[in-house]
Design a protein around this ligand. Structure first.
Ligand code: FAD
Ligand code: ZN
Length: 471
């Protein structure tokens, strides 16, 4: 990017919104875990879809690679430019307005740079919720959530990000603005183009705004922490809770004993249950009706589950602070794992019915790995259990870790494929999994993805070499 290009960018967004000093751009060229480091010609912060359009039109003409970036909380390196320093990062931070709230329609139109917690808060103000809930919600942006089709802790009830999007405003690589931002629940007028951009990880265009669904705000909550003897029992409990609680079920998370122990050791948290059962569940029911007997329902279901031997022990939170202490065990997993050793996490999914088999096979295949502990944590209700391998920092050097990590991942991904699963359930592909994709997606699908990419981005400027490679 030469000085003419920089001047043009400055003309479009203003001098203060084009960052070029390495000290100013550093936080945009490294991911939060420090695993991906790149370099860029500039960070550009547009203030409107029109400015984004002008930037992309110019970038297309001059073949300048463009990397869209939201809150930079992504885990697969999708929002980090490569090391050549030729790309510009487009940071959506300034586009953070809620454009419209329609209470009767239960919708909101938000700009891509809105931070997720702010959208959640805006929904609560009108007694609704926006139900996407992630550990990174204080920093990630809705544009990033859409571009990665984010999941999180309440997918079992509300679905992933894709289910909340009614419309999108997207700037295409040639600068055209695609306005598919109606607030309709029904619209059968042909190809549903907005779907292409959800989960595209910024490879087809830049999302600048979205119309999203809102849902009734829950007014009662019941939260339980349960101990179980096996992952098969966990599946039986899941089935029972779904049948008896229906849409009141909002969270169904599983944790292995090692995972709970690590959290209790490294993060100032206590488990409400003692004993040595190998599995734990965090279950939450909610209801918008303040008189709904959710606690009684959960108690009844869990009593029956205990009577039939599926649950070994259970505690239902009796206060908000107890509820928070149950949730703290789940929320502090990453922190505890990082404190334990070198962490290799997987984000696979299999059909819910195959989850116990998945866990069995992974445990058995990795049981003889030296200086490594294996924990499981994740969203059993979605078939998305993160298998986490934690290597002893003193015995496994950083270099050795890279080699071992690749071996262990191959094993986990092979098992996932045999069980008809996916190697990325919610975090996306980015750079991390890009080269694995050909072994896990069928060739017809992959070739169609490439054709779409070539059609929509003929100059290959949009987040090049992320998600798919073209040759
Ligand atoms: P970024 O990291 O900035 O970008 C992610 C990708 O989207 C990149 O490819 C980028 O180019 C593209 N992109 C960003 N904005 C746009 C845009 N406006 N238009 C087009 N493309 C764009 N993820 C889950 O799914 N579930 C979880 O439970 C979860 N928990 C997490 C917990 C922690 C502590 C952390 C750090 C991350 C977690 N994540 C989770 C991952 C991450 O938060 C999500 O992937 C999130 O959706 C990324 O949003 P972001 O704004 O940070 O995007
Ligand atoms: Zn997760």
């Amino acid at each position: 990017v030469d000085s003419t290009h920089l001047q043009k960018l400055i003309d479009i967004v203003g001098r203060e919104n084009v960052l070029t000093e390495p000290s100013d751009t550093a936080s945009f060229t490294t991911d939060w875990r420090g695993r991906f480091k790149g370099c860029c010609a500039a960070v550009v912060r547009p203030g409107s879809a029109k400015e984004v359009s002008e930037i992309l039109r110019y970038a297309s003409t001059h073949r300048i690679p463009v990397v869209p970036q939201g809150g930079n909380t992504g885990l697969v390196g999708g929002g980090i430019p490569d090391a050549t320093g030729t790309a510009i990062v487009i940071a959506l931070t300034r586009m953070n307005r809620v454009r419209k709230v329609d209470v009767l329609n239960d919708t909101m139109i938000v700009e891509a740079g809105c931070v997720l917690v702010n959208i959640q808060a805006a929904a609560r103000e009108i007694d609704r919720i926006f139900p996407l809930s992630l550990g990174s919600e204080g920093s990630c942006q809705i544009g990033g959530n859409i571009a990665t089709n984010a999941g999180g802790l309440e997918v079992v009830r509300y679905g992933p990000m894709r289910d909340h999007v009614l419309g999108l405003e997207v700037v295409l690589p040639n600068g055209d603005i695609l306005e598919d931002i109606l607030e309709l629940r029904k619209n059968n007028t042909g190809y549903d183009l907005k779907q292409l951009f959800i989960g595209a990880e910024g490879t087809l265009g830049i999302i600048t705004a979205a119309s999203v669904r809102l849902y009734p705000r829950p007014h009662v909550t019941a939260t339980a922490f349960c101990a179980l003897a096996s992952a098969d029992d966990a599946l039986s409990v899941l089935s029972m809770v779904k049948q008896r609680c229906g849409s009141r079920l909002s969270t169904f998370e599983i944790l292995s004993k090692l995972q709970v122990d690590l959290v209790c050791t490294h993060a100032d948290v206590q488990s409400p249950l003692t004993g040595s059962t190998p599995w734990f569940l965090l279950i939450e029911l909610t209801d918008p009706d303040k008189d709904a007997p959710v606690e009684e329902l959960l108690l009844n279901v869990l009593s029956d589950a205990m009577e039939s031997g599926m649950v070994a022990d259970a505690a239902i939170a009796q206060s908000d602070s107890q509820k928070e202490s149950f949730w703290a065990i789940r929320h502090r997993v990453s922190e505890a794992n990082v404190a334990t050793g070198r962490v290799l996490s997987h984000d696979t999914s299999v059909p819910v019915s195959s989850c116990a088999e998945f866990v069995r096979q992974v445990e058995s295949a990795l049981k003889d790995q030296p200086s490594m502990q294996l924990s499981f944590v994740g969203h059993l209700g979605d078939g998305n259990i993160h298998a986490v391998a934690i290597f002893d920092r003193d015995r496994v050097s950083a270099k050795e870790f890279e080699v071992r990590a690749s071996e262990v991942s191959s094993i986990v991904y092979d098992i996932t494929r045999k069980l008809n699963g996916s190697i990325s359930a919610e975090h996306g592909v980015g750079v991390s999994l890009r080269d694995k994709l050909p072994g896990h997606k069928n060739p017809v699908e992959l070739e169609l993805m490439r054709k779409i990419k070539r059609l929509m981005d003929p100059e290959n400027i949009m987040n090049p070499a992320k998600l798919v490679t073209l040759n």
